[in-house]
Design a binder for this molecule. Structure first.
Ligand code: PGA
Length: 263
């Protein structure tokens, strides 16, 4: 059975002074057997969050929100995958805000993915269409192209063994309060697994967790987790609120128990 994952993307929020306390509070409010929890603070707060969780709840993993596509070099202000080892065990790659603000392409995201896997870190690859794509009936084609662009050069078995998770985040749903329907998210999860199959992933594609992201809250998480093809959520705004995270992870716990992961 696929893992049930709830990942918190704190984006550009928290400081090293307050991130540890927030992580500790969220950890204590989200103890649900069988749910994989990941907190992704800004780079500068990774150490504080790692230390707070190591002492309060080592079951919660720490993730970075981005990584550079080279191992080292003259890249002022950048962070490489080897630098993250010891600070984080997961890394988000290809978030739509980075595709938008840092002009990240699918090919570049594919190189980041390679660095993440080489470093033994677990990637969350974000994909998702713009509103115009959905309205034009192109949503699945866009996501399919994103997956091919990022994954073509990757060995399916090695990538799956590295623990790849895919987050489907329709761009128009991020931070807008508007969400996809459970049915649309489920159809996209099926399309994502079909794309992996077409890339030669076979059984590994069927075993790859697909999360939904985009304005997830404790009030709407049930709609997504009611879909057997959806394996959890990547949560932005609501992930800074312990009450919201408690509700989201509690609902994920129901799915984990139904899948026999809680034992
Ligand atoms: P949101 O962000 O939950 O605030 O919409 C999700 C994300 O960008 O990962």
């Amino acid at each position: 059975m696929r893992d049930v994952v709830v990942a918190a993307n704190w984006k550009m929020h928290t400081t090293p002074a307050d991130a540890g306390d927030l992580a500790r509070t969220i950890a204590s409010r989200t103890r649900e057997a069988g749910v994989t929890r990941v907190i992704c603070p800004p780079f500068v707060s990774l150490g504080a969050v790692r230390d707070a969780l190591a002492e309060s709840d080592p079951d919660v993993a720490v993730g970075a929100q981005n990584v550079h596509h080279e191992l080292a070099g003259a890249y002022t202000g950048e962070i490489s995958a080897p630098m993250l080892v010891g600070l984080a065990t997961w890394v988000i790659v290809g978030h739509s805000e980075r595709r938008r603000d840092a002009a990240e392409t699918d090919a570049l995201i594919g190189r980041k993915l390679a660095r993440v896997l080489e470093a033994g870190l677990r990637p969350i690859l974000c994909v998702g269409e713009q509103l115009a794509d959905r309205e034009a009936g192109r949503a699945i084609a866009v996501v399919d192209a994103q997956l091919r662009g990022a994954l073509t050069d990757h060995d399916p078995a090695a990538t799956a063994d590295g623990g790849l998770v895919i987050a489907y985040e329709p761009v128009w749903a991020i931070g807008t309060g508007r969400t996809a329907t459970g049915a649309d998210a489920s159809a996209m999860a099926d399309a994502i697994r079909a794309a992996l199959d077409a890339l030669g992933w076979g059984e590994s594609g069927a075993a790859t967790p697909v999360l939904y992201g985009g304005s997830v809250t404790s009030a709407n998480i049930a709609e997504f987790l009611a879909e057997p093809s959806i394996d959890g959520a990547l949560v932005g705004g609501a992930s800074l609120k312990p009450d919201e995270m408690a509700g989201i992870v509690a609902r994920a716990g129901i799915t984990a128990r139904a899948r026999g992961l809680a034992g």
